[in-house]
Ligand binder design. Structure first.
Ligand SMILES: Cc1ncc(COP(=O)(O)O)c(C=O)c1O
Length: 377
């Protein structure tokens, strides 16, 4: 087949998996007169807290809102530094820039794609207030030595588990390691609410502050027009929360769908020297959020993206390093070469179509088109 061989199908890069149960619960909301701050928000909070083995869940408008509430609740402010990694989605840094804190990046580990615990000491300072590890693509970073160092130094831990619902390490769910951990539910995530997020914690005081922050700084005693702190409208609505409740009921089913797709890609791409497939490490159980392959250096990734697109297969570099974004370069003076592992990995990654609903023959088609495009040179 040549490149002009007609686009035989169009496959979405990601696809939400919502069905009759979501519709049923949304219909219940629509006929209940309670469209915000109602029982579905509470049920959703309970479901996520139980899944991540936490005492409290505070549902909110997005993962970014959840991270920002965590930053505020933990007292990160101007003059503080936060240690994190540049291989992430920009929101994991923006959340503390909002408060005037400074990012102190450490490079990632090539394997887990999480921040390298061995580099933490070299960047710690008296201004360090918090560390913000990111669980990338659903795979755990090397979290235990990160937590140990943070505890020894007295830093707050904000775990960005936005991409990691359902994954675990050594039997412990991701989202259970931070003073506050945060999940996100955009339609490409393991479960979706449309837009939505949730901060989880074991600390009742932090949960209470976040409930107030998301609701215009209102007092949690229920007094509607008493504002005790600067707050936001970060509330989730009941329709979104109802979708979340249904999705949580179906989490195991959705996971089975993703596992099927992962297995199908592994079969279809086995033995190809030019590609490294995502793989869990020892003790890790990964519910992948995206399927990001890594290409050998000789593959022209950008040319490949074009070739795949012509055949109806979307793909995307994932992530672009945060420190090289124009805003970060001009504000903080970051430049190419600052974080070589991040930059090398980012130059080789390619997210290919992935969702619980991706049919086996679509996986076979993606693998075939990919293989032809690479091997034809
Ligand atoms: C690592 C990471 N952090 C934060 C977020 C922010 O979540 P949201 O898009 O719901 O604001 C995302 C979502 O894409 C993410 O992948």
């Amino acid at each position: 087949m040549t490149d002009t061989a007609e686009r035989t199908r169009t496959i979405p890069l990601a696809r939400p998996d919502v069905g009759p149960r979501e519709l049923e619960l949304v219909t219940q909301v629509m006929t209940s007169d309670v469209l915000a701050m109602g029982p579905f928000t509470e049920r959703f909070e309970e479901a996520i807290a139980a899944q991540s083995n936490r005492a409290y869940g505070v549902a909110c408008a997005s993962g970014t809102a959840g991270l920002h509430m965590a930053v505020r609740a933990l007292g990160v402010e101007a003059g503080h530094e936060v240690i994190t990694s540049p291989f992430s989605f920009v929101a994991s840094v923006n959340c503390f820039l909002y408060e005037g804190a400074r990012p102190v990046f450490v490079d990632i580990e090539e394997d887990s794609l999480g921040l390298d615990p061995d580099q933490i000491k070299s960047v710690a300072s008296k201004k360090t207030k918090a560390i913000l590890p990111v669980q990338v693509f659903g795979r755990p970073c090397r979290i235990h030595p990160i937590v140990e160092q943070a505890r020894a130094a007295g830093w707050a831990i904000i775990e960005d588990s936005c991409e990691a619902l359902g994954s675990s390490v050594d039997g412990r769910p991701l989202g259970s390691f931070g003073d506050i951990s945060v999940f996100a539910f955009y339609p490409n995530k393991q479960i979706t609410t449309g837009e939505g997020g949730m901060a989880v914690t074991d600390d009742p005081a932090l949960a209470e502050v976040m409930r107030s922050l998301r609701n215009q700084g209102r007092d949690t005693d229920g007094t509607w027009l008493r504002h005790v702190r600067l707050g936001y409208n970060y509330r989730i609505d009941e329709l979104s929360a109802a979708v979340g409740v249904a999705q949580m009921e179906r989490l195991a089913e959705l996971r089975r769908g993703r596992d099927r797709v992962v297995a199908a890609y592994e079969r279809a791409l086995a033995g190809r020297q030019w590609v490294q497939l995502p793989k869990a490490g020892p003790g890790e159980d990964v519910d992948w959020f995206v399927y990001v392959i890594r290409l050998a250096p000789e593959v022209d990734r950008d040319g490949l993206i074009q070739k795949l697109a012509r055949r109806g297969v979307p793909s995307r570099p994932y992530f672009a390093p945060i420190h090289l974004q124009p805003y970060f370069r001009s504000t903080f003076g970051f430049k190419p070469g600052d974080f070589p592992v991040t930059e090398r990995v980012a130059a080789s990654t390619l997210a290919i179509p992935f969702s619980s609903r991706l049919a086996d023959d679509d996986v076979a088609y993606v693998a075939e088109v990919l293989t032809e495009a690479v091997e034809a040179g």
